[in-house]
Design a protein around this ligand. Structure first.
Ligand SMILES: Nc1nc2c(ncn2[C@@H]2O[C@H](COP(=O)(O)OP(=O)(O)O)[C@@H](O)[C@H]2O)c(=O)[nH]1
Ligand SMILES: [Mg+2]
Ligand SMILES: [Zn+2]
Length: 362
């Protein structure tokens, strides 16, 4: 991983630029002075990976050690509608000359999972970056499976091009035979589904193979069994089980402390507690339909090329829905996202930004 990548040593030593060589030497030619300028000392920057972001402080891993670093103020300028300049998973450069270190640069990202920050803050909040995949954890029962919640995050991963799978946990509680329905729905998308039972270990081997060697975002409602599953896979993790405090459940302004945790078998996970609502940022109505792979397969047959699959005649998606090829629950999730998405002529650039404390990260 990134931890082992250090910046090369500075190209020029500070000794070569001591003031004496300017003050006591005969005047130099413009060229020589320009050369000297080019040789201005380069600060030694260290490269690392962000494993946790608290309010105003990032925890950055460098060669297996964690260093705390404060993002430089300039990173908060020109955010262009983004709430946070740095997120868990980012590769960053640190200036370690002072304590705490300064986080001076965020390196280009391979991908980023983001959403609308909150119902009263329209900015884009980046939750995790440079990830290999996302697992959507749900339980068959207790808490009840939510199609809407599941479909929103699946659509978000489609939008951000992050591969995803569903983990259906607590299969021991499937007294009503719901599992077969969920499975049929997601097979038809298709989304790969893993069935697990954290309490008797069923399906755990398959989950281990999916996690091995990858950086995986864990997503799912509290109580789905994420911590129990992870603790079973790696007992040393000692993640708290079933103790999500009521503060999180009822939080008016949910604070999320995502963190990256290494797995002994190779790979790592990013836990994302406290994320309840997932609304895609910057998406317009006409773009939602492309986030549902089973729609994409048939929608070229709709009478109107820009069919929203809502009221239009001769709609191939509505026909597939009637035939049972498209699941009712998926269609309902689509309609809800369609209703709340911005109209196509909306300009996100003019969006009113919510001012909050400078440098605040949550
Ligand atoms: N019956 C049953 N209970 C489970 C299973 N997995 C987790 N639990 C229980 O569900 C509760 C919540 O689990 P937890 O791991 O804290 O969920 P998290 O919020 O997703 O991390 C705990 O009481 C677990 O013991 C399972 O497969 N079957
Ligand atoms: Mg948990
Ligand atoms: Zn249509």
């Amino acid at each position: 991983m990134a931890g082992s990548r250090l910046m090369p040593p500075p190209l020029y030593s500070a000794a070569a630029l001591t003031p004496t060589c300017l003050g006591t030497q005969p005047p130099q030619s413009a060229n020589a002075l320009r050369d000297l300028n080019l040789q201005a000392p380069v600060k030694e920057l260290v490269e690392g990976r962000v494993v946790r972001v608290d309010a105003k402080i990032c925890h950055v891993e460098i060669d297996g050690e964690i260093l705390q670093a404060a993002p430089r103020g300039s990173l908060f300028e020109n955010l262009e509608g983004k709430k946070n300049p740095v997120a868990v998973g980012d590769f960053v450069k640190l200036d370690t000359q002072n304590q705490p270190a300064a986080l001076v640069e965020v390196l280009p990202r391979m991908n980023a999972l983001s959403r609308v920050a909150s119902s009263h803050d329209p900015r884009e909040q980046v939750l995790a970056t440079n990830v290999d995949q996302l697992l959507v954890f749900s339980s068959v029962a207790s808490p009840k499976f939510s199609s809407n919640r599941t479909d929103r995050i699946l659509a978000a991963c489609e939008w951000h091009r992050i591969p995803t799978r569903l983990v259906l946990n607590k299969i021991d509680l499937d007294k009503k035979g719901l599992l077969a329905n969920f499975r049929a729905t997601y097979d038809s998308v298709p989304v790969p589904v893993l069935e697990t039972c954290a309490t008797n270990g069923e399906g755990l081997d398959a989950l281990i193979e999916v996690l091995r060697g990858k950086l995986t975002v864990l997503y799912g409602p509290s109580g789905a069994g994420k911590s129990t599953l992870l603790n079973t896979i790696q007992p040393g993790l000692q993640l708290k089980v079933g103790k999500i405090s009521s503060h999180w459940e009822q939080g008016r302004h949910t604070t999320t402390f995502s963190r990256l945790i290494h797995l002994e078998m190779g790979g790592a996970v990013i836990d994302t507690p406290g994320i309840r609502v997932f609304r895609l940022h910057g998406i317009k109505k006409s773009q939602i339909r492309d986030l549902f792979p089973e729609f994409v397969r048939v929608q070229q047959n709709c009478k109107f090329p820009n069919c929203t699959h809502d009221h239009e005649p001769e709609c191939a998606v509505l026909s597939a829905l009637e035939d049972g090829q498209i699941a009712q629950s998926r269609y309902m999730s689509y309609m809800e996202m369609l209703v709340e998405a911005a109209p196509d002529d909306f300009s996100f650039d003019e969006e009113v930004e919510t001012e909050d404390e400078e440098g605040e990260l949550e």
